[in-house]
Design a protein around this ligand. Structure first.
Ligand code: NAX
Ligand code: K
Length: 213
């Protein structure tokens, strides 16, 4: 398995190959990604589980976050979801995960004050889909996260860090740990990305397969 860090475009290519050629559904990859994040949180940060706040965007990185929220809830952890994204823009997978969280009646908030009670924050606003500087409510959430003394675990990428260059796009989450999926990302190995990522965990057993073309 290729071990060198990859770019967002390569990741998207491997994801779509895995989903469309091999036939592993996107939601299966999402579940395996979320299981890796859950395992890292339960295994590495057992003393920070008093109240986990998952900060979710409206794309598949947010979908991962909602999946992690459900898995932690089932594990008996107190979890609150802070939705920052616009629900009208929610991706298909995000909508599926949202419905499951509603089944489990996991509290959902939109007010940033929810972050004040967090012992651990899961950053699931943006992953490899970031394509412009962060502004508005997302930027406010990032500022509040960075001011918090909660432990911060980033899903796939610290939100705001460019996947390919490691540059801060306007503003970015400073994470204690980043669980990135399938392969390391170039943006986690250089520039500010290497600093903002914290300890990097590569979840390389999550079902996405590299193709050599
Ligand atoms: N099937 C798949 O493709 C899988 C994807 N996964 C997750 O999906 C993520 C990629 O998901 P998406 O492609 O939905 O993208 P993201 O969830 O990273 O971003 C969501 C959306 O935010 C918008 N956006 C970008 N920059 C913005 C900004 N500065 N301000 C406001 N909005 C902005 C873009 O339209 C983007 O589609 C990965 O990082 C990973 O976490 C994983 O679940 C593994 C499986
Ligand atoms: K993220």
């Amino acid at each position: 398995m290729e071990k060198t860090p990859i770019t967002a475009e390569q990741m998207r290519h491997y994801d779509s190959y895995t989903i469309n050629q091999i036939g592993i559904p996107s939601l299966v990859l999402m579940e395996r990604a979320a299981l890796a994040v859950r395992d890292e949180i339960l295994n590495a940060f057992p003393l920070y589980l008093d109240h986990v706040v998952v900060v979710a965007g409206s794309g598949n990185n947010g979908g991962d976050g909602l999946d992690v929220a459900r898995l932690l809830h089932i594990a008996g952890v107190k979890v609150t979801i802070l939705n920052v994204g616009n629900p009208d823009h929610a991706s298909t997978e995000h909508q599926v995960q949202e419905k499951i969280c509603q089944y489990y009646q996991i509290p959902e908030k939109t007010d940033l004050s929810a972050l004040k009670q967090a012992s651990l924050i899961v950053d699931a606003m943006f992953g490899i889909g970031i394509d412009r500087p962060v502004t508005g409510a997302y930027a406010d959430a990032i500022a509040t996260i960075n001011e918090s003394d909660a432990l911060v675990v980033a899903v796939d990428m610290p939100s705001g860090i460019n996947t390919d260059t490691g540059a801060i796009m306007g503003t970015a989450v400073k994470a204690d740990a980043t669980v990135t999926f399938a392969f390391n990302k170039v943006g986690l190995t250089k520039a500010d990305g290497a600093k903002y990522a914290g300890r990097i965990v590569i979840a390389d057993d999550m079902g996405t397969y590299a193709v050599d073309d």
